[in-house]
Design a protein around this ligand. Sequence first.
Ligand SMILES: Cc1cc2nc3c(=O)[nH]c(=O)nc-3n(C[C@H](O)[C@H](O)[C@H](O)COP(=O)(O)OP(=O)(O)OC[C@H]3O[C@@H](n4cnc5c(N)ncnc54)[C@H](O)[C@@H]3O)c2cc1C
Length: 313
Amino acid sequence: MNLDFRNVIIIGGGISAHTAALYTARASLQPLILSGDNPDQLSLTTLVENFPGFPEGIQGPNLVDNAKKQAQKFGAEYKNAQVSSVKKIPNGFEIQTSENEMFRARTLIISTGASARMTGIPGESNFLGRGLSTCAVCDAALYRNKNTVVIGGGDAAMEESMALYKFAKKVTIVHRRDEFKASQIMQDRVLKLTDKISVMWNTAPIEVKGEKFVNGLTVKDVNTGKETLIPTDGVFLAIGHIPNTKFLSGLVELTEEGFIKANGVKTSQPGIFAAGDVMDPRYKQAITSAGTGCQAALEAEWYLEKMHAEGKY
Ligand SMILES: Cc1cc2nc3c(=O)[nH]c(=O)nc-3n(C[C@H](O)[C@H](O)[C@H](O)COP(=O)(O)OP(=O)(O)OC[C@H]3O[C@@H](n4cnc5c(N)ncnc54)[C@H](O)[C@@H]3O)c2cc1C
């Protein structure tokens, strides 16, 4: 148990956490980063082509490893630990891990990301990154002149379909109901793109098929039970994201979907800042996560300066 107050503890292990670590370490705040058991999102992908500074692209795992090494070079301290709860205490916060370790910090940066909601159908996990994607904005350009399927019916599915429309030969939206949940304006935009986009209503995905890469999706008509194989080069899941915020219970305000509500990167709890996908249901990109990681670090630094000026430490 180490109950000395740290200046800043960063919870998370993705690109937003490493960026916050880099900035706070360079500001001599000696950050401690508590990274959980699961891999971050960039470690699950291959070539990232839209992170500035890498004209040939960079492998996702290399991008995060480099960012971590860069932060460590300036003294950021990493510990493998899954945070199970956070409690407000006078002049700071107490953090408990699933191994029953305890830490205290004056400021916190929450960078715990979000996980794409999966359908759980057979084949899905085997083909993740090999024709099965959870991010059309990231991967659409790889599907130029190819056949694609989008699973979902909300705003995210409409956005994914429009991102694919620019590149793909064909986009088939598979939706289990007879109407979309997406906002009317988004539906209208998508449904008028009939040259490439079609919808299979009342249809549920059953199995992702393929060999090395995806080559088909089996679907079922939910009314008749009839199964059909859709030949496709790519399957895009757009059924939402689950933000990793359970451990925060009641400490900061969350949206209905569980994302951290933030004003810039400030949460409803003074001293707690948020960065990356955990507070961003809209952009969900590596560069925006790095950007908010930087902002959260600077806000934490300024918050500490104010605490110090007020004689709180
Ligand atoms: C397959 C795929 C491909 C992608 N391709 C691109 C792309 O080409 N370009 C692009 O810009 N974006 C891409 N993205 C999106 C990008 O990866 C994310 O926007 C970005 O990685 C989010 O970073 P983050 O730091 O917010 O969170 P994450 O990467 O989600 O990392 C969160 C980390 O926090 C840890 N954590 C969670 N809970 C706890 C806890 N309680 N205690 C301790 N640690 C915890 C997790 O284990 C994880 O390591 C892709 C995403 C995926 C899934």
